[in-house]
Write a new protein. Structure first.
Length: 562
């Protein structure tokens, strides 16, 4: 290793320290992560891998991550730390994998040690932010990179192919679209065709696919038996079979604009790749093409399905492959001083992303998700959940909650909860898509769905303090102190009677609600009175038995007198 290589290694060590400290300081948990945490907690509690005990719905898309969370909860790790620590570990694993690849290439091909890919990952704020978030993003990325790098290089042992396949099998369990990388892993042994004999290529490709196929052979039948469906709710709620190219292009453009230096470097590298000069095609150039193809394959899939509402998250697994292709081109640049300066300039510029979300919280439904869930917001959700759970603990209440409240669902611990965009219920997720919009949140529960699923109340996403408007009486409003507000959809005596007299719960008792409605009916036209009566039937009368029938007779008498 030359003096310059030692300087590069020293700089990289500093970047590892910087990346680890920065990722740790930015640690956070996004709202969607609390879905996986609730599944994990129910599994640990013996209820099975379910969101609501007794209701078998696959509302997660990250089985391996959810099982990992369950293991950490089982040994007593704090839930928020359990959602953060594995991501940070995977982030360091990813950077080490990229660094090791750079080092091995330098040794075997007598090339300079220029770890641009690992350096960029350690510097990039997007990677630092999504090192946590409570989701599987960094684990998925690390598995994809490690698995595919095992299929490159000069070692062609069957054990290496099996190891690569095992990692790719875990990748598929981490997120189903890992199948794209698994397919790339099998193809890798065939690139270039002269690398191995046809028999060797076929054997290594099959050994790579074998663990993936074994995973699918066990996992898919289990899903059918356990959940009655091959696909999770997100597959339906996000309408994954319908392309959303316009949104996907916006999603990709936002990442490239913010990370302008990566876009500029990739364009420059593409020009160099198209005009390679006197250099003969070799293993390194084939590696470049393979890495570039992997990045384009996954990024193309993300664009096709519309990306995500969480900025950068879905694209990050493709980025290391673009960086590997760029690094491979750069280390073979004949002018050593120039390539080092270019590499250093690229890493310095990576510290200066464009602040595209400074003035707007979202751009065409895509936002910097971390800004929406600071620690104080999670604490407010926890307080809301605690108050609601304490009030409803002894009731058979079935609750729905609005978007951005999965943390409320987790902290409440209530036995039956429904998220209103279909993330936890097949019946809602599978509804026809009327029009494209906020990706993954385009199918909202209406009153018909709430009635069909016997939802008693819908909890508002508004944060405390919450107070009713002075002088305004809404018979379907329910307040849990000043912490949480809900809209009563179905007034059930079994749910509401235990709340009477609680100083921390405020609502309009049904007898007063009916008296107020009766006065409105008397003063209203026939059509207006019929509408009020129909609303009361849905709200209470049709499900209240003899008690409801008593009130129904009085209201019918008012209506008949019109």
């Amino acid at each position: 290793m030359t003096r310059r290589d030692r300087l590069a290694a020293g700089l990289l060590a500093l970047l590892f320290a910087f990346g680890l400290l920065r990722a740790s300081s930015l640690a956070w948990v996004c709202d969607d992560a609390f879905i996986s945490l609730r599944y994990a907690e129910n599994l640990v509690a013996g209820h099975g891998l379910v969101y609501n005990p007794g209701e078998f719905v696959e509302g997660y898309t990250n089985l391996l991550w959810t099982l990992l969370l369950a293991a950490l909860l089982k040994v007593g790790i704090d839930p928020q730390r359990a959602a953060e620590l594995p991501g940070i570990a995977a982030y360091i694993w990813l950077a080490l994998t990229l660094c090791t690849w750079s080092l091995h290439r330098a040794r075997r091909a007598d090339l300079p040690f220029l770890p641009v890919a690992s350096g960029f990952v350690l510097i990039s704020e997007d990677f630092q932010v999504w090192a946590t978030g409570g989701l599987e993003t960094m684990l998925f990325t690390a598995l994809a990179v490690q698995g595919l790098l095992l299929t490159r290089g000069p070692v062609h042992k069957p054990s290496r192919a099996l190891l690569a396949g095992s990692l790719l099998g875990l990748l598929v369990l981490t997120r189903p679209d890992g199948l794209l990388f698994a397919a790339a892993g099998a193809v890798s042994w065939w690139v270039p065709a002269s690398r191995l004999t046809a028999t060797q290529r076929a054997r290594l490709a099959l050994l790579t696919l074998l663990p993936v196929l074994l995973v699918l052979a066990v996992w898919l039948p289990w899903k059918l038996v356990y959940y009655g469906d091959l696909f999770p709710t997100a597959f339906y709620s996000k309408s994954a079979t319908r392309p959303f190219l316009s949104q996907g292009l916006v999603y990709a453009a936002l990442y490239l604009v913010r990370n302008w230096v990566l876009l500029a470097a990739l364009l420059a590298a593409a020009l160099l790749w198209l005009r390679p000069g006197p250099e003969k095609p070799g293993a390194a150039r084939w590696d470049e093409g393979f890495f570039l193809a992997c990045g384009l394959l996954y990024a193309g899939h993300v664009v096709y399905v519309g990306g995500d509402f969480m900025y950068a998250r879905r694209l990050l697994p493709a980025v290391p492959f673009f960086l590997l292709a760029l690094e491979s081109r750069l280390v073979r640049w004949p002018r050593s001083v120039a390539r080092q300066r270019v590499a250093l300039a690229l890493l310095v510029a990576a510290l200066l992303p464009l602040p595209i979300f400074e003035q707007r919280s979202r751009i065409q439904n895509v936002g910097d998700e971390r800004r929406f869930y600071p620690a104080e917001t999670l604490e407010q959700r926890r307080r809301q959940a605690t108050a609601v759970a304490a009030a409803l603990a002894q009731t058979p209440a079935r609750l729905a909650f609005e978007g951005g409240m999965c943390s409320f669902g987790y902290y409440s611990g209530l036995p039956y909860l429904a998220e209103i965009t279909g993330l936890t219920q097949y019946s809602l997720a599978k509804r026809p898509l009327e029009q494209r919009g906020f990706i993954g949140h385009e199918k909202l529960a209406d009153d018909e769905w709430l009635s069909e699923n016997e939802i008693h109340m819908l909890v508002s996403q508004d944060l405390p303090p919450l107070q009713p408007k002075p002088g305004v009486v809404k018979i379907d409003e329910l307040y849990f102190g000043d912490l949480a507000r809900a809209r009563i959809h179905l007034y059930s005596d079994a749910v509401m009677d235990p709340l009477r007299g609680r100083p921390d719960v405020h609502f309009t008792p049904i007898e007063r609600a009916i008296r107020l409605s009766a006065q409105r009916m008397q003063d209203a036209s026939r059509a207006e009175a019929e509408a009020i009566y129909a609303q009361l039937r849905r709200y209470y009368l049709d499900t209240a038995g003899e008690r409801g029938a008593h009130w129904d007779r009085q209201l019918r008498a008012i209506l008949d007198g019109k």
